[in-house]
Design a protein around this ligand. Structure first.
Ligand code: ADP
Ligand code: MG
Length: 230
C-alpha cells in the first residue's frame, strides 16, 4: 500500500512537470512556427521584415535552449567534482561573474567577510551557478542606480554562512512558499528554474538555504555549508 502510494505520487509529479514543460516549450515553438509561416506565404517578405522574423526565430530558439540548460542544471546532479575551496574566494568569483550586470545597474556592493580562509568542499562550477542565481535575482529585484548588495560571510558552529542581501522589491508573503518551485516566476522572461537549481545544488552539498524578505524593503538569502577541516 505504502509503495503504491509513493508510485502514484511519482506519477502525479511527473505528469505535472510534463505539462509545465510542454507549455513552456510550446509557447516559443508556436512563435517560431508563426514566423516561419510568414516566409512560406508565396511572396518573399522585404529585407526588413525577414530580419524581424529571423530575430523572432532566434530569440525563441534561445529561449528553449536556455530552458533546457537550466532544467538540466536543476535536476542532474551526477558527476560531482569535489575540491576544497576558500569560501571568500568563491564569493569573489561569483561577484566577478556578475560584475557586468552590477555595473550596468549601478549597484553598490558591500562586502563583510568574517571567515578568514575557511574552506568548504564543493563542486566549484555548481556552487558558482547556485550563488550567481541568487545574486542575479537580487540585481533584478533592485531599482537601477539605487541598489545596494551586501554580501557577508561568517563561521559559526562548524558552519559557514553566506548572506546575500538586497534592498529590492522584496517577496510578497503569498509567494514565499513557491520560490523554489520549478517554473515559479513573476518575470516576463523568467524561467523560474534559477532557485530550483540553486536549492538542489546546495542540498547536494549538505548545505541549506533560507530566505527572509519584506515587501518593499528587500530580501536576504542565507546559505550555509559544513566547514571543511583539513
Ligand atoms: P526567475 O529569476 O527566472 O524568475 P528564480 O527561480 O530565479 O526564477 O526566482 C523565482 C522568483 O523568486 C522570481 O521570479 C522572483 O519573483 C522571486 N525572487 C527571487 N529572488 C528574489 C529577490 N532577491 N527579490 C525579490 N524576488 C525574488
Ligand atoms: Mg533567477
Amino acid at each position: 500500500k505504502e509503495q503504491e502510494r509513493a508510485q502514484q505520487e511519482k506519477f502525479a509529479i511527473t505528469g505535472r512537470i510534463a505539462r509545465v514543460i510542454a507549455h513552456e516549450v510550446r509557447n516559443p515553438l508556436t512563435n517560431i512556427l508563426l514566423a516561419i509561416s510568414q516566409f512560406k506565404q508565396g511572396e518573399l517578405p522585404s529585407y526588413e521584415e525577414s530580419q524581424l522574423y529571423v530575430d523572432i526565430i532566434e530569440r525563441n530558439c534561445t529561449r528553449i535552449n536556455q530552458l533546457i540548460t537550466e532544467l538540466l542544471h536543476s535536476t542532474r546532479m551526477s558527476e560531482m567534482n569535489m575540491q576544497a575551496y576558500i569560501v571568500n574566494e568563491l564569493i569573489s568569483k561569483t561577484l566577478q561573474l556578475a560584475a557586468d550586470r552590477l555595473q550596468l545597474n549601478e549597484i553598490m556592493v558591500h562586502k563583510n567577510f568574517m571567515l578568514g580562509d575557511a574552506y568548504i568542499m564543493v563542486d566549484e562550477e555548481k556552487i558558482l551557478i547556485a550563488l550567481l542565481n541568487i545574486v542575479i535575482n537580487a540585481i533584478e529585484a533592485m531599482t537601477p542606480g539605487q541598489g545596494i548588495l551586501s554580501v557577508a560571510t561568517e563561521l559559526n558552529n562548524d558552519k559557514v554562512y553566506i548572506t546575500i542581501t538586497d534592498n529590492g522589491a522584496g517577496i510578497p508573503e503569498a509567494n514565499k512558499a513557491r520560490l523554489f518551485d520549478p517554473f515559479f516566476t513573476n518575470k516576463p522572461k523568467g524561467t523560474g528554474l534559477g532557485l530550483t537549481s540553486t536549492q538542489n545544488i546546495i542540498l547536494n552539498h549538505k548545505g541549506a538555504v533560507h530566505v527572509d524578505s519584506e515587501e518593499g524593503r528587500g530580501t536576504t538569502f542565507r546559505v550555509s555549508f559544513p566547514v571543511y577541516d583539513q
